[in-house]
Structure formats: structure tokens, C-alpha cells
Design a protein around this ligand. Structure first.
Ligand code: S5P
Length: 263
């Protein structure tokens, strides 16, 4: 069968990248293909949500630039929580500039993303120089890159030839590019890329700003290896409710994976 129809453990053989390997191992160990997107804007709230969902996730996705009271202590505490609960970190930076600029954005500034984030992502629109630039910083640190090959939002231009050209760019940098942000399985049947799919929620079709949602079962059925859920989890009121919701998505995501393996 195609690599993506095999177990997460067996797919380890297809990856040299340390971040991708650590993610596959974590998914298998925790039986979780859930990534929670923690899109909240204070340090206290970030830490509260991460502590609540930590046991249920393989990956925490951040938008570090929306945190009003960001400081180095937040990064220390995030790292402690990642050890306590056993998850990896993905800063959803969506780099989109020339190679020289993204080198600086990835390694410097207030956030120093490369120093703490196992994964980050980039748009392919500038061409391969963006990958070369990010790789020059990230590869020595064992980081992994995801290319945005498709988006979940209504009217996205990332489709068709753009998506195909993005897959081709990934093929040419396989040591660093470990997969895609996409809505479905991409690449040839004999290739193995990690597919991380956002725009996932139970019981909502979308929001008022173009976001479009599918269920965990639907996206895993189309090839998602990791489901990314934001408001569907952190949007619940109270730490206990957030914890329960994360467990619910974890179970849904894993059941869908087991279903896919049977197909
Ligand atoms: O195509 C995309 C790519 C990303 S990374 N669509 C997305 O929604 N995202 C991100 O996933 C987005 O920036 C947000 O952080 C998360 C979805 O959040 P939700 O609250 O709609 O689940």
C-alpha cells in the first residue's frame, strides 16, 4: 500500500529529518494525531490552554506574534510544558519573503523562532530561495519545514498549478521540507510527505471571514496525517471544557486514522 496507508511507526523509515521523526514517534506513542492551534493573545492564556490540551496532542501550533505580553519566560514555560506533556512545537509563521530576509526573520528578532520551534511553515510564492534560506538556519538545528501547498480559506489562490509547483519544490529539498499544509494527500502514491490539515471543526461549516471547516474523519480520509484544530478546542469556556474537547478531537482523529488503515 501507499506509504500514507501504513502506520505512523512504519513511516519513520521514510524520514531522516529529526523533527519529522520525533513527530511520528510522538504520534505513535500518544496515539494522537491532534495538533491544537493556540491562537490566544496573552501569555497566561497560552499557558493555560497548552497545559489543558497537552496530554491530548502530538503538536502545539503557535502564532507567537499575537501574544501581547510575550517574553523569554513564555518560551521557557512552553518548553517545560512540552516535556511534561510530551508534544512538539510548530510556529505557524508563514514565511513569504526572499531567502536573505527569511534567514533573519527565522533566526533573529524578538522571537528567535528557530531556537525553540521544531517546525515552521512557508509559502512557496517567492520560489526555492525561501527554502534555501530557512534551511540554512533550521537544518543545523534539526528543524523541519512545511510548505503551504493549499489553504483552507474560501477563494484561496493556492490550488492547481501552484499546488503542483509547491510539491515539486518540496521534492527538491526533502531533507528539510517534511511535508505540507494542505487539505488532502499530495505527491505521488509512492512518496511520503507529512500532511497537516487546518480548517477542522466538528459542528461548524466555517466563520464569517472565509475559514472553511471539515470534520476530522473527512480530512483524515482525504490523507491528513495531523489534524489542526484551533477555535474548536480553545474556544470552549474553562480549562476543563478545553481539556475535554481536546480529548474528543484526539479520539476522532485517531479513529479516522485506524479507519484509513483498514481501507
Ligand atoms: O490554510 C490554512 C493554513 C493554516 S496554518 N488555514 C488555517 O486556518 N491555518 C491556521 O490554522 C490559521 O492561521 C489558524 O491558526 C488555524 C485554524 O484555526 P481555527 O480556529 O479556524 O481552527
Amino acid at each position: 500500500p501507499a506509504p500514507y496507508l501504513q502506520s505512523y511507526e512504519s513511516r519513520l523509515a521514510n524520514y531522516n529529518n529529526p523533527a519529522a521523526r520525533a513527530l511520528l514517534e510522538c504520534i505513535a506513542r500518544k496515539q494522537s494525531n491532534l495538533c491544537v492551534s493556540v491562537d490566544v493573545s496573552t501569555k497566561a492564556k497560552v499557558l493555560e490552554v497548552v497545559d489543558a490540551v497537552g496530554p491530548s496532542v502530538c503538536l502545539i501550533k503557535t502564532h507567537i506574534d499575537i501574544v501581547e505580553d510575550f517574553d523569554a519566560d513564555l518560551l521557557d514555560q512552553l518548553e517545560q510544558l512540552s516535556k511534561k506533556h510530551d508534544f512538539l512545537i510548530f510556529e505557524d509563521r508563514k514565511f513569504a519573503d526572499i531567502g536573505n530576509t527569511v534567514v533573519l526573520q527565522y533566526s533573529k528578532g524578538v522571537h528567535q523562532i528557530a531556537s525553540w520551534s521544531h517546525f515552521t511553515n512557508a509559502h512557496s510564492v517567492p520560489g526555492p530561495g525561501i527554502i534555501a534560506g530557512l534551511a540554512s538556519v533550521g537544518l543545523p538545528l534539526g528543524r523541519g519545514l512545511l510548505l503551504l501547498a493549499e489553504m483552507s480559506s474560501e477563494g484561496t489562490l493556492a490550488k492547481g498549478e501552484y499546488t503542483e509547483a509547491t510539491v515539486q519544490m518540496a521534492r527538491e529539498s526533502r531533507g528539510f521540507v517534511v511535508g505540507f499544509i494542505a487539505q488532502q494527500r499530495l505527491g505521488r502514491a509512492d512518496e511520503d510527505f507529512l500532511i497537516l490539515t487546518p480548517g477542522v471543526q466538528l459542528g461548524s461549516a466555517g466563520d464569517s471571514l472565509g475559514q472553511q471547516y471539515n470534520t476530522p474523519a473527512a480530512v483524515v480520509g482525504k490523507g491528513a496525517d495531523v489534524i489542526i484544530v484551533g477555535r474548536g478546542v480553545y474556544g470552549k469556556a474553562g480549562k476543563e471544557a478545553v481539556r475535554e474537547e481536546a480529548e474528543r478531537y484526539k479520539k476522532e482523529g485517531w479513529a479516522a486514522y485506524e479507519q484509513r488503515m483498514k481501507a
